[in-house]
Design a protein around this ligand. Structure first.
Ligand code: NDP
Length: 485
C-alpha cells in the first residue's frame, strides 16, 4: 500500500495554520520522509495561548452539562475514524498496527467521554456548621492548560489529558512530541468537526527543547501543565514554571518496572504476562515490566521458556501488516540509544537473545527495528537494571526470598509501576504493599480503570490523575462560607 504524505499544521483558534519553519516527519519503519510539520516558535505559542485565554471566557462559564454533548461528539468522531487513527498512530510511532485495534481506539474515545460524563454528573461537598453557617465547595476551571505528550503512545496519552482538561472547563493547548505530530493534528480535525468551539482546543507543533514546549511552559498566561515524558524534561519544566507562571503541574515520568514472579505462580500465565509487559509497543512503555525477577526454584525453566517464546512468537517487520507482532522503535536516534545499552560496558552479564537488528527486506532494512532482547547474569546495580532503556530489552535476575525481591524491586530511582505474579493472595498483598510504585498489578499488566489514581512515586512523577484525582488537578476549589443571619 502507498504511504501517504502528511502536511501537518498547528491548530490555533479553530484554524489549521502553518509556520514559516517546517521540519520533516520520518516513518520509523523505513526512515522515509512521510510528511512536513509546522514548527511552532514563540509567535505560534503566543497566538495559541491568547486564543485559549479568550475562549476560556465562554467555555469556562458553560456548565459541564453544556460541554458534555460537544465532548461526546468528539469521542464519537474518534470512534468513527478508528481505521484512519490506527494507521496514523503506526505512521507516528512505528508500532505494529495489530496493537492499534478497536480496543485501543475505544480507550482513546473513552478518555474523552468518561470525563465529559464525570464532570456533568459530579456534585460537590457542603459543610454545615454548628453555628448555622454553611460552607459549600465550588470546583471551577483553572484556565489555560498546557498538555505535553511523549512519542510512545501519543493518542492514548494526549486524550487522557484533553478529556479532563476540557470537561472541567479549561481550554487547552496540546504539544505533541516532534516525532509523533500527525495524530495530534488528526485529533484537532475531529474536534473541529465535532463542534469544539474555536480556541478551546489548540495544537502547537514543536521541535526539541528550545521550541514550542519550552515557550508554552514558561508563558505567563498558562495556569496548568500536565506533562508526560522523561524525568529530566520534567525537571526543566518545573524550573521554567517556577520562574514564570507558577502553573500547577502534574508529571507522569519515566519508569523501570519490576516484574516479580514467585515459584507458586502459574508459569504459563507468567510467561504470557511477562511477554506483554515488556514487549508491547516494542517495550517503549513507561509501565514496562522490564526488570524480571524470578524466584530461584523456577528461574532456569522460566528463562529457557521465555527465550523460546520470544524467539518463536515475535514477528518483526512491516508494522502495517496485521501479522506483525512487533514494529519499529520510534527514531534512529532512540534505536542507537537503546543499542548503546547493549554494548559491552552497559552490563556485565550474558546477552541471551537479541541485541541485534532483524534482517528485513527493503525498505524495512532502513527501519529502526531491534530483535527482542534478554540479558541475564547481571547484578541489580548495573546500568541496564537501573536506567530506563525504553526498548524491547529485559533483564532477568533470580531471587530467593520475598524480602530480597522487594529490596531489589525498590532499589531504583523510579517508582511508577510493578507486576507481582503469585498464586498466594497473602503474598500478593504483602509484596504489593511494600513496593515503591504508583500502580501494582497482580497477575496481569496494564489493566486500566479510569477511576483509579495514576502516577508515579520517586523520580516517576508528581501528582496523580484519573477519576476524581483528575478533578482535583484540573479544577480550582473554592469554599464559600455563608452566614445564616
Ligand atoms: P521527552 O521528555 O523527551 O519529551 C516529551 C515531550 O516534552 C515532547 O513533546 C517534547 O517535545 C517536550 N519537551 C522537550 N523538552 C521540553 C522543554 N524544555 N519544555 C517543554 N517541553 C519539552 O520524552 P519522550 O518523548 O522521549 O518520551 C519518553 C519518556 O516518556 C520516557 O521516559 C517514558 O518513561 C516517559 N513516559 C511516561 C509515562 C508515564 O505515564 N509516567 C507514559 C509514557 C511515557 P519534542 O519532542 O519536540 O522534544
Amino acid at each position: 500500500m502507498e504511504t501517504p504524505f502528511f502536511e501537518v499544521t498547528h491548530y490555533i483558534n479553530g484554524e489549521f495554520v502553518n509556520s514559516p519553519l517546517q521540519f520533516e516527519k520520518l516513518y520509523p519503519a523505513t526512515n522515509q520522509v512521510i510528511g512536513t510539520v509546522a514548527e511552532g516558535k514563540q509567535a505560534e505559542v503566543d497566538r495559541a495561548v491568547s486564543a485559549a485565554k479568550n475562549a476560556f471566557k465562554t467555555w469556562g462559564k458553560m456548565s459541564a452539562s453544556e460541554r458534555r454533548p460537544i465532548l461526546r461528539a468528539f469521542a464519537e468522531g474518534i470512534r468513527k475514524n478508528a481505521a484512519e487513527l490506527a494507521r496514523i498512530e503506526t505512521f507516528d510511532v512505528g508500532r505494529a498496527i495489530r496493537e492499534n485495534n478497536i480496543h485501543y481506539i475505544k480507550r482513546i474515545a473513552n478518555n474523552i467521554e468518561y470525563f465529559a460524563d464525570f464532570a456533568a454528573l459530579h456534585g460537590s461537598e457542603s459543610y454545615p456548621m454548628d453555628s448555622g453557617y454553611i460552607n459549600y465547595v465550588l470546583r471551577q476551571p483553572v484556565g489555560v492548560a498546557v498538555l505535553i505528550t511523549p512519542w510512545n503512545i501519543p493518542m492514548l496519552l494526549s486524550t487522557w489529558k484533553i478529556g479532563p482538561a476540557l470537561a472541567f472547563g479549561n481550554t487547552a493547548i496540546l504539544k505533541p512530541a516532534e516525532s509523533t505530530p500527525i495524530g495530534a493534528w488528526k485529533l484537532a480535525q475531529i474536534a473541529h468537526e465535532a463542534g469544539v468551539p474555536a480556541g478551546v482546543f489548540n495544537v502547537v507543533q514543536g521541535f526539541g527543547p528550545n521550541s514550542a514546549g519550552a515557550y508554552l511552559t514558561s508563558h505567563p498566561d498558562v495556569r496548568l501543565i500536565s506533562f508526560t515524558g522523561e524525568t529530566s524534561t520534567g525537571q526543566a519544566i518545573l524550573k521554567a514554571a517556577a520562574g514564570t507562571n507558577m502553573a500547577r503541574v502534574s508529571f507522569e515520568l519515566g519508569g523501570k518496572g519490576p516484574n516479580i514472579i514467585f515459584d507458586d505462580a502459574d508459569i504459563e500465565r507468567a510467561l504470557a504476562i511477562s511477554q506483554k509487559a515488556a514487549f508491547v509497543n516494542q517495550g517503549e512503555v513507561c509501565l514496562a515490566g522490564s526488570r524480571i525477577l524470578v524466584q530461584r526454584g523456577i528461574y532456569n525453566e522460566f528463562v529457557e521458556r521465555f527465550a523460546a517464546k520470544l524467539t518463536n512468537e515475535t514477528v518483526i517487520g512491516d508494522p502495517l501488516d496485521p501479522a506483525t507482532t512487533m514494529g519499529a522503535l520510534n527514531s534512529r536516534e532512540h534505536l542507537e540509544r537503546v543499542m548503546g545499552y547493549l554494548e559491552v560496558g552497559g552490563y556485565e552479564g550474558k546477552l541471551l537473545i537479541g541485541g541485534d537488528q532483524p534482517d528485513l527486506p527493503a525498505p524495512f532494512n532502513e527501519g529502526n527495528f531491534l530483535n527482542p532482547t534478554i540479558i541475564t547474569d547481571v547484578v541489580p546495580s548495573c546500568r541496564v537494571c537501573q536506567e530506563e532503556i525504553f526498548g524491547p530489552v529485559v533483564t532477568i535476575l533470580p531471587f530467593d526470598e520475598e524480602d530480597e525481591a522487594i529490596q531489589i524491586a525498590n532499589d531504583v530511582k523510579y517508582g511508577l509501576s510493578a507486576v507481582v505474579q503469585t498464586g498466594n493472595t497473602g503474598r500478593a498483598i504483602r509484596v504489593s504493599n511494600q513496593i515503591d510504585a504508583g500502580t501494582v498489578w497482580v497477575n496481569d499488566w496494564f489493566v486500566r480503570d479510569l477511576r483509579v489514581p495514576f502516577g508515579g512515586m520517586k523520580a516517576s512523577g508528581v501528582g496523580r490523575e484519573g477519576g476524581h484525582y483528575s478533578m482535583e488537578f484540573y479544577t480550582e476549589m473554592k469554599n464559600v462560607c455563608i452566614a445564616n443571619q
